[in-house]
Write a protein that binds this ligand. Structure first.
Ligand SMILES: NC(=O)C1=CN([C@@H]2O[C@H](COP(=O)(O)OP(=O)(O)OC[C@H]3O[C@@H](n4cnc5c(N)ncnc54)[C@H](O)[C@@H]3O)[C@@H](O)[C@H]2O)C=CC1
Ligand SMILES: CC(=O)[C@](C)(O)C(=O)O
Ligand SMILES: [Mg+2]
Ligand SMILES: [Mg+2]
Length: 348
């Protein structure tokens, strides 16, 4: 076991805003990450141009938020930092449209290293190629920034043409709020392989399979769909919040001893050492040897047949219907509570 924490965690005081305050940043894309980065940078005093397609539904939204919007080629040509926040699958095409606008000493920056690591984008040697990757969905990057907080982030330097690539990355991480929480340095390879593995085997793939199978097991045994939804999906947030705040023991100390004993003895009935571990190692193998990347690139070159079929099946799962109806109900009750609380405070 590591006897000391060897990773350096960079915080606000480790970043020098002078590396970004006189720069123009082109944020290409205005989606989950793009809107958060553009607004956070803007509110941190950085000159931002959002790069979007002329028919983009987000164009007006970004302008209404007080941001300048141009097409990606115009934005990139004016910028010192080009931040690739369009979907991974369209980045190579967007890069082709903007590469002539990259000048020596500029930065080409990512929030996920997929296209650099798997050789889909090959930048010129006279620009910095870096990554500042929030380890969080984009909407939380924005929400925490607005609260004066931030989400943890990663920085990585793939190419350091200027000699200042790391300092420029830290300044960017500071401007979007990540150094408020803490930033760790990694490599493009490590970020890509751990991120793809994590979202496939645990965070998005593994956990949702557990939720759906748990729901189906209870409903097939005759229990009500509502009870099955509450137990196997709705309460997951509460449990994960406890783990987020205090680790496994933070959660075990908070749940009942009955849940703790049952979980510690029966968890491996479901996620067993042999098959689950083998499955995880296969996921990692296919990330490391490029099999997943080749499959995902091919899927997008053929108009996503499997993606569309799998997504439609997920939308049709009964848990989505039951959960949707229950969430609407509880959101309404929660809102009523909030209104009531506001009224009480107003009466004080
Ligand atoms: N979603 C997340 O929370 C995280 C995403 N990332 C990475 O951030 C990057 C962006 O991902 P998301 O924000 O999820 O994307 P998204 O799908 O939420 O948003 C994509 C944006 O790009 C625009 N766009 C799409 N095609 C375009 C084109 N051809 N030209 C110009 N604009 C175009 C869309 O209109 C939209 O504004 C990816 O590299 C992703 O891997 C990294 C960490 C977390
Ligand atoms: C939100 C995040 O970190 C993910 C799951 O890796 C992603 O959206 O690609
Ligand atoms: Mg991730
Ligand atoms: Mg990811």
């Amino acid at each position: 076991m590591a006897d000391e924490f060897t990773t350096t965690v960079y915080r606000d005081e480790d970043a020098d805003s002078s590396y970004i305050e006189s720069e123009t940043v082109a944020v290409l894309g205005y989606g989950s990450q793009g809107h958060a980065h553009a607004l956070n940078l803007h509110e941190s005093g950085v000159d931002v141009i959002v790069g979007l397609r002329e028919n983009s539904s987000s164009w007006d939204e970004a302008e209404d938020a007080g941001l300048r919007v141009e097409t990606p080629d115009v934005a990139a040509a004016e910028a010192d930092v080009v931040k690739m926040l369009v979907p991974d699958t369209v980045q190579p095409a967007v890069y082709e449209a903007i590469e002539d606008g990259l000048d020596a000493g500029d930065t080409l920056q990512f929030a996920h290293g997929f296209n650099i690591h798997y050789g889909q984008i090959r930048p010129p040697e006279d620009v910095d190629v870096t990554m500042v990757a929030p380890k969080s969905p984009g909407h939380l990057v924005r929400r925490t920034y607005e609260r004066g907080e931030g989400v943890p982030g990663l920085i990585a330097v793939y190419q350091d043409a200027t000699g200042d690539a790391k300092e420029r990355s830290l300044a960017y991480a500071q401007a979007i709020g990540c150094t408020r929480a803490g930033v760790v340095e990694t490599t493009f390879q490590e970020e890509v392989e751990t991120d793809l593995f994590g979202e496939q085997a645990v965070l998005c793939g593994g956990v949702t399979e557990l939720m759906k199978m748990g729901y189906e097991t209870l409903v097939d045994a005759g229990y009500s769909p509502e009870m099955a939804y509450f137990e196997c999906m709705n309460e997951m947030k509460l449990i994960v919040d406890l783990i987020y705040e205090g680790g496994l023991m933070g959660m075990w100390n908070s749940v009942s001893d009955t849940a703790e004993y049952g979980g510690l003895t029966r968890g491996e009935y479901v996620v067993d050492e042999e098959y689950a571990r083998e499955g995880m190692e296969q996921v990692l193998d296919e990330v490391q040897d490029g099999e997943f990347a080749r499959e995902w690139i091919s899927e997008n070159q053929t108009n996503r047949p499997s993606y569309k079929q799998l997504r439609a099946a997920e939308e049709d799962h009964e848990i989505e219907d039951v959960g949707g109806r229950l969430r609407d109900l509880f959101a309404w009750e929660a809102q009523e509570d909030a209104d009531e609380k506001e009224q009480v405070q107003a009466d004080d």
